[in-house]
Design a protein around this ligand. Sequence first.
Ligand SMILES: Nc1nc(=O)c2c([nH]1)NC[C@@H]1CN(c3ccc(C(=O)N[C@@H](CCC(=O)O)C(=O)O)cc3)CN21
Ligand SMILES: O=c1ccn([C@H]2C[C@H](O)[C@@H](COP(=O)(O)O)O2)c(=O)[nH]1
Length: 280
Amino acid sequence: MTFADQIFKQNIQNILENGVMSENARPHYKDGKTANSKYITGAFTSYDLEKGEFPITSLRPIAIKSAIKELMWIYQDQTSELSVLEDKYGVKYWREWALEDGTIGQRYGATVRKHNIIGKFLDGLAKNPWNRRNIINLWQYEDFEETEGLLPCAFQTLFDVRRDPKTQEIYLDATLIQRSNDMLVAHHINAMQYVALQMMIAKHFSWKIGKFFYFVNNLHIYDNQFEQAQELLKRTGSDKEAKLVLNVPDGTNFFDIKPEDFELVDYEPVKPQLKFDLAI
Ligand SMILES: Nc1nc(=O)c2c([nH]1)NC[C@@H]1CN(c3ccc(C(=O)N[C@@H](CCC(=O)O)C(=O)O)cc3)CN21
Ligand SMILES: O=c1ccn([C@H]2C[C@H](O)[C@@H](COP(=O)(O)O)O2)c(=O)[nH]1
């Protein structure tokens, strides 16, 4: 089993044994019933990407390509128009959260564009990579007041560089902070899409990727997912550590990187796929 599989199983076990139930939860299932969940708070894992520890489980197939396309939609296209996600990238999994205007509101990509977050962020790193202020923050109250829409879950990313004293190479480390996570569905989707972002920024500046730190404040399993959780605990993951590779030369501009440039190597997930009735 991989490092990520062990962490995943520990988190499942911990939530099932020590988690508490939500009360008066916001989401509901398709049949209208309230979607409560069992959760723990303050879950943290450190992945050493350089050592091949990627945050992807092999206990079931995870839609990593879709996750990377969703990331491009947010940080390159900088829009919250669903038509772009669906027609340009073929990713359909945001449909349930669309507003009447065909967007997911003044959120995610629309927030990135409105505040020129990527422009300012890349400028900051270019001027002085050691500035300790390299933050992408999608939690903008002013935007939330503009429209309806789900509030961003993976909402903040922090980056730091460090030079390896032996090789003199510069490494880029990243921290993803997430307020809420539907663990069985989106834990590895969220983690791997932000690893992809880290890789894109590292390539833009010709740096190496270092460590990825992942903090989730409310890590949950919905009350209609307990069977899937038990099934995941029974499975034995792959012996191979899957790796994400970005096949572009050092110095490739952030905006020129495409989803096809990413390759997932040695990914041999256990089947069959599990089905989820999502909390909306
Ligand atoms: N309850 C809930 N969980 C989420 O993970 C979630 C939300 N809501 N709301 C907004 C977005 C939408 N996201 C989603 C929604 C659906 C899938 C999903 O259906 N995943 C399938 C495979 C999808 C595919 O193959 O393209 C899976 O098996 O994980 C994934 C992420 C993540 N977010
Ligand atoms: O990228 C995402 C987007 C959403 N989620 C999950 C986390 C929660 O289960 C719901 C959002 O509900 P809130 O009541 O707003 O917390 O969607 C995710 O895991 N990753």
